[in-house]
Every structure is written in C-alpha cells, then in structure tokens.
Design a protein around this ligand. Structure first.
Ligand SMILES: *Cc1c(COP(=O)(O)O)cnc(C)c1O
Length: 322
C-alpha cells in the first residue's frame, strides 16, 4: 500500500485525513499553537483508528489544555544544569548535547511541551561551536548524548560534522544518540546518514518507541542497516495509559524491539508535563505489570523502569523489587 504523501502539521489536515471530527476542530486548532502537531507518512500508515496505541500518541486531544497542579513546565529540571545553550550536564561523566529541538513527530506526552516548528530550535553556527568548545574543555565528560528534539533530523552533513568533532576529542570514549526517527520516519535512514554514523568511537543509538504497532515495514530494514553500520541499538519507551499499560502491549513492544536487534534499555514513568494527565499510569499498576512480565520474556527484553526525579536529581530506578 502506498504511503500518504505529506506530514500532517495542523488540526485542519487531521480533519481532512479523517483522524479528528469536525466537532473537535475548534478546540484542537486553538491548541496547536501551543503543542505542535506532526504525523509523518509512516506514522499515518500505522494508525488504524484514532484511539489506537499509535493514534493516541500523536493525535491531539482537547484534554491537553487542562493542567494539573502537580504538572511542571520543566519536569526534568534541565534548566539549572545548562552551562551553555544546547548542553545539559547533570552527571559527572556524561552530558547531553541538543543540536536542535525539532522532532519528526510530536508525541502528546512529550515533556518538551513548547511549540517548535519543523525547522525550529536549531543551534546556530556560533552556538554549536560554543557547545563543542564546552565538550573540548571538559575532559571529565567522556560520553556525549545527542538528544533534542531529534538529532537524526539533522542533515547527514551537519550530523557528520558534529560527530566527527566530538569523536576527535581524545577524552570522548562513547557517543550516544536518542531518536524516534528509525521507527517514526525510517526513510531518513539513507546511505548518507549511515555514512555519518559509521565511526571508530562506539556509537549507541537509543531508539524511542512505545508500541509494537509503530514498527512498519520500513523500520526493519532501517534498523538492520544501522546495526550493519556498527551502531549498537538500545530501546527507550514511556509507560502510557491507553498505549502500552497492559501486559500484552508491553510484552509485544519488548519482543518487537528484540526482533529488530534493539535491546530495551529504559522504560520511563511519564514526566509530569502540563496537559499529559490522560497518559498517567499509577506506580502501583506499573510495578504490578512489570512483576507479571518478569519470567514471561527473555532477560534480554527487560528494561530498567525509571522516573526522572523532580528537582534534577536524575533518573531513579523504581523497581519492582523482590
Ligand atoms: C537521561 C540523562 C542522561 C543519561 O542517563 P543514563 O542513565 O546514562 O542513560 C544524561 N544526562 C542527562 C541530563 C539526562 O537527563
């Protein structure tokens, strides 16, 4: 079946595609200036109905306008750990580099809730130089984690430049990229992009996906090609109500990751970003699910369940414990 042609970027386009009702249009049009919309052709093809596990992640909902008292604008508390634009340094030996904030898809639960246009949030040349200079001046930081936004949205030329500069620093022993692209927009995994990722320095790619249904026919070849380029594939997911908060969905997700050479790394508890309450799963329910999963799936499939601690103390494993 042919893929849809275009990325859908506003509520009117969602209505045309039959993904929202005319009655929902005014509320969702008002919301789109706050929380961006982007459904790639690959993602559209994965949605069988608007309320299914893929639709729920990407199609906006009027409840996003509602904030709860405990929800925070910066739930991961990156701001106090930002020594220079684009860098977040919270742990002694590793730091984030965020070369751009744009993302191929705008998940409705994302903690980065501000509106970022399709090319928005790109560090300019001087800012990128300053960020790379920060890494050069901090030899105790041996691991760089490219995140964003989504680093695989960069042009292969720009990505090769950034990775090459970092890999040339003698103290950088590990490079890591966090991305939804291999699953949500696998057409971006081109020979040029693969060439940019083929490095002497070990490169770990942490692939975000939350449900097996997100993996379409193009994801397999893209992930295989990444693996063939020497990239180590890890998986990262968020536990989300109505998406993957059932034993069958979690098991399906973890097994699908393994089938694609992805080692599940983290399962995140939802960050309390404004308007995300409809995805919240109570901790007791999460731990019960994970307890039931233990023993049912290979140890290879087992992620560490973590929550980002308010105030910037970092990710804490939540259990289960026996
Ligand atoms: C998540 C995160 C990391 C990486 O943590 P790991 O546990 O090594 O995956 C590093 N820095 C910041 C600021 C983070 O939020």
């Amino acid at each position: 079946m042919a893929l849809p042609q275009k990325t859908l970027r506003d509520a009117a386009a969602l209505l045309d595609a039959g993904l929202i009702t005319a009655a929902a249009l005014p509320a969702l049009s008002a919301l789109q200036s706050r929380y961006a919309i982007a459904l790639t052709p690959e993602v559209q093809a994965r949605i069988a109905s608007p309320d299914d596990p893929v639709g729920r992640q990407y199609i906006p909902h009027a409840d996003e306008a509602l904030s709860q008292p405990h929800e925070m604008a910066d739930p991961t508390a990156d701001a106090p750990f930002t020594p220079i634009k684009g860098v977040v340094h919270r742990y002694p030996d590793r730091a984030l580099l965020k070369p751009l904030l744009a993302c191929p898809v705008y998940c409705r639960f994302c903690f980065r809730r501000e509106h970022v246009g399709p090319d928005g949030g790109l560090l300019n040349e001087a800012e990128l130089e300053a960020a790379l200079g920060w890494f050069a001046a901090h030899p105790e930081v041996g691991e760089v984690i490219l995140t964003g936004g989504d680093p695989l949205m960069l042009s292969p030329r720009r990505l090769a430049h950034i990775l090459g500069r970092l890999a040339a620093l003698p103290h950088i022993h590990t490079l890591r990229i966090h991305s939804r692209v291999p699953v949500a927009e696998p057409s971006r995994i081109t020979p040029e992009l693969l060439a940019a990722l083929r490095l002497e320095t070990p490169l770990y790619l942490c692939v975000h996906a939350n449900h097996a249904q997100e993996f379409g026919p193009a994801a397999g070849p893209a992930l295989r090609a990444l693996h063939g380029a020497g990239v180590v594939l890890l998986g990262q997911s968020v536990l989300l109500a109505g998406v993957n908060d059932s034993l069958a969905a979690l098991e399906g997700l973890l097994r699908t990751m393994l089938a694609h050479r992805i080692k599940p790394y983290y399962l995140h508890a939802l960050d309390a970003a404004p308007g995300t309450a409809r995805f919240a799963v109570p901790d007791a329910r999460a731990l019960e699910l994970l307890r039931s999963l233990r023993g049912r799936v290979s140890g290879l499939a087992w992620p560490v369940f973590v929550r980002e601690t308010a105030g910037g103390a970092g990710k804490r494993p939540l259990g289960p414990a026996w």
